[in-house]
Every structure is written in C-alpha cells, then in structure tokens.
Design a binder for this molecule. Sequence first.
Ligand code: ADP
Length: 384
Amino acid sequence: MKRVGVIGGGQLAAMMGGAAKKLGVELVVQTPSKDDPSVAIAQDSVFAAVDDAKATAVLATKCDVITFENEFVNIEALSALARQGVCFFPRLEALTPLLDKYHQRCYLRDLGLPVPEFFALGEDGDMGKVEREMSFPIVLKARRHGYDGQGTFILKNLDSLKEKLEYTYTKSPSSQDLFLVEEFIPFERELAIIAARSVSGEVVSYPVVETQQEEQVCRRVIAPANITPELTAEIQNIACTLLNSLEVVGVFGIELFLTPDGKVLVNEIAPRTHNSGHFSLDACETSQFEQHLRAVCGLSLGKTALICPGAVMVNLLGFENSHSDYMTKRQQLAKIPHAHVHWYGKTESRPGRKLGHVTVLLDNQQLNSSSAIAHTLESIWYSS
Ligand code: ADP
C-alpha cells in the first residue's frame, strides 16, 4: 500500500480514483475547496491553494510521495521541502524549466527540439523587435498561469498588440515582462502525445492523437491521428528525448503543431496527465491516470495500446452559468453505441468550463466517421 499526495484536486486528480483503487493506492489531495472533483474519491484532503507550501508540508506527513495534477505551484517553497527529504515525482528539477512558457521554449530549443520562433517581451525596445523580426499575426502568451487558452492572444497587428499590453500594464503594472511573443503557426492540424517514464527510466508513449481547439480550448480528440508511421516515430522520439532529458517520473502531455509542409513543432508541455489523453481511460489497455500512479509508485509501466481501432473524445464544456447536473443530456449521450460518459461532478457550470467528457470507441468502419460522431455528441450537449 502506498499513499500518494496529489497537489491539485480537479478532474485530473479525480480520474486517478479508479486506478488508485485497482492498484491499492491511497490518494490524499491538496485542493482549495470541499466541492472540488477529487475530494469524493480521496482518502484524505488538505484544503488549501495549490501554491500553499505550508499545506504541502502537511500533505507530506500524510503520504509517501507527492505528485502534481496542477503546475501552478511555488517551486522555491517546495524545494525547501524536497531538501528536508519529501519525495516529489516528477522531481522538482523536472518541473522547473517548464513552469514559465518562456523558460520552457528555451529548454526545448536548447534540447534541439523544433519550436516556433519566440522571444520574451521585456521593455520598450521590444516593440521595435516585434516590428523588425516578426510578421503579423503574432501570438502573445502570458509566461505563467495560462491554461485553456487563458493568457494566449492571437494579435493581427501592432496596434492590437500595443492596445493589449497597455490594457494589461495599466491593470497590473508589475506584469511588464511577463509575456512571450511567438510566431503564429498556420498549422494544418494540432497533435498531441502522452508519454510516461518510470523510476527505472523506461519510457512508453500512447498513440499520437489529433486535438481540435476552438478559441484556444480543446473541443475534440481523435485517436489515433491519421498521420504517417514516420511522423508518429518522430513524435515518439521527441517525447522520449524530452522525458529522458528531464528524467521525468510520471506522465507528461506534449502538444504539437503539424505545419502544412509536414513539419512538427512542439507547442506546449504539460508536466502531468492531460486532456489529450482522456481517451485512454476507455480506449487503452492502461489509462494515463493508472500509468501516472504506476510510475510515481515505482511500479513497472502498463501497456499503452488501443483496445479498439480508434476513439473520439469530446469535451463537455459549460455553455451557461448554472447549477444543473445536466442529467438528461448525459443520459442521451450515454445511449450512443460504445459511448463512455465521464462527469466531473462540479457544482457550478460556467461558459467554457470543463464539466465532463465523452469517449466513443470506434470500429474499423467508423474510423473515417469520427467528425460525424463528434458532431452528434456536440449537438446533443449544446442543444438548447
Ligand atoms: P494554454 O496553455 O492556455 O493551453 P497554448 O499555448 O497551448 O495555451 O495555446 C492554446 C491554443 O492556442 C493552441 O492549442 C493553438 O490552437 C493556439 N495557439 C497557441 N500558440 C499558437 C501559435 N504559435 N500559432 C498558432 N496557434 C497557436
């Protein structure tokens, strides 16, 4: 029996619940509210913000190893705990280069991995640099605390960039150098891969998937992505290089752009389980959540293969402010053949909030119909 502490108590922690039971692992979560999705499946909880390292010290007394479902942590404060012998998986050193999007881009570039052109926005002179070196549109990203596209802005011209920065600096003068500017990639598709590394250094990866974002938020995932074996191997290599370089223990999600001329660029690393891997709960031999627990508990890794020819996952995003549990819609979704509905049990719905997801397992005849199936699911969910 192992007790695993999880910093963050949203749906990603909650979805470890089934695997924890199966593996005989107890979960203790650090999360702000009693209403958070993981509290119901955890054996114990420490109610505190994820960046509250004092609370993490308490969490440490209740478990053998601490892991993350949320990376908005205070690394310096956690380092003090690590020095006192608290075991973090992934190690804090593996998280440090990733938490700031600018540092992350630098790390990937220095590792020789392909990334979009980028630079950190500092002070005045940079407008000149943007004008000289970048052509619009450009992408402006908050270096920290961005998620689900919050903090990512696609800007069409210099005026809109100036306007955006003026607005932000007026609202928060301390945010001067907290942005990253990067080239806009007119991608043909977005892809992602989930990979895991064990304590002994074994690396496994899941099938590469296609992810579809709208307004920077993931709407659908199609597994496997319809790409060549060569491209799959290239992406698996990227994952392997990264996880080995960081000596990761646990699961990481890697988001990529596929350009119209067939090149792959790394967009972003999630140092934890990721939305692009939710299909693995129903469609793979070992889910990403079980895999993560296996890795951080020092177990051997499970098989990652699909148990069916393919799968389509659709996020159930909030579309109104409400306290509804949307039971009727969930029942309708569950009637679709081979559909698995996952509901996160959030007490409040807001537009864009991830409330649940549905995965439909596909047979060989349906592999080309994933868009139509996604459309059916979405028309049930978003119908009024
Ligand atoms: P977050 O951390 O909030 O998820 P991302 O950096 O992953 O932010 O960006 C969210 C989405 O915005 C991406 O999935 C993609 O659709 C779009 N995006 C981000 N960066 C770029 C870029 N350089 N070029 C084109 N689109 C981008």
